[in-house]
Design a protein around this ligand. Structure first.
Ligand code: CA
Ligand code: CA
Length: 206
């Protein structure tokens, strides 16, 4: 009986802490090392993270910017089957406005505690200069792993739908340069960006 009791007591911490992320050990990494741009639309019709762009290097081919998150628990073990909806992305200064509950990991974590982001992000808004992407686990940022991914969207005013108000802002940017309207991210605003804008009108959050 005494042995059983000791065994049970020893198991308690494991049961208590298993599956709880240890933020000092969790990490997030982008498959591409360097700055990338991502075109996002509230209806999810934007670029996949596996097909991101490098600003000013259009034509260089799509860039795989898959984000991989590794979840480790308080005992140092990988966390298996952590829910995908509890791990999501935000931009560091709030420039990207994600559709509610939409910008989360692809699937629950695997046996190595890993989960990925590869899909197009359902979002609007745009990143400011120097703004990065941050992974949050249950609302807590994975510190020290900011990702050099900037987004722009035809939903420029970030209200969840691409409509006339966005077209007005877009038209105001033409003739000069503004990253927020450079949807085909080549460092210039021209007809190609207009085509992207036109194709996205009406796209809204689910
Ligand atoms: Ca809008
Ligand atoms: Ca462009």
């Amino acid at each position: 009986m005494k042995t059983l009791l000791i065994s049970v007591l020893l198991l308690v911490p494991i049961i208590t802490f298993a599956g709880i992320p240890d933020f000092s050990n969790c990490s997030a990494a982008c498959a591409y090392y360097g700055f990338v741009s991502l075109f996002v639309v509230p209806d999810g019709s934007g670029q996949l993270l596996t097909e991101a762009s490098i600003r000013d290097l259009a034509g260089d081919g799509p860039i795989d910017a898959t984000i991989t998150v590794t979840l480790i628990d308080l005992h140092g073990y990988p966390i298996y089957m952590f829910p995908e909806e509890d791990v999501w992305l935000e931009s560091s200064l709030g420039g990207m406005m994600a559709c509610a509950g939409s910008v989360h990991a692809d699937a629950p974590s695997d046996i190595n505690g890993e989960m990925t982001f590869t899909s197009a992000l359902r979002a609007g808004g745009y990143s400011a200069d120097g703004e990065q992407m941050v992974v949050l686990i249950n609302g807590m940022p994975v510190i020290g792993n900011d990702l050099d991914i900037k987004v722009n969207s035809p939903d420029i005013d970030a209200n969840g739908i691409v409509d006339l108000s966005d077209i007005v802002l877009f038209a105001g940017d033409m003739g000069s340069y503004n990253f927020r309207s450079d949807f085909y991210q080549d460092g210039i605003l021209n007809l190609v960006d207009i085509v992207f804008m036109a194709g996205a009108v009406g796209g809204n959050c689910p």
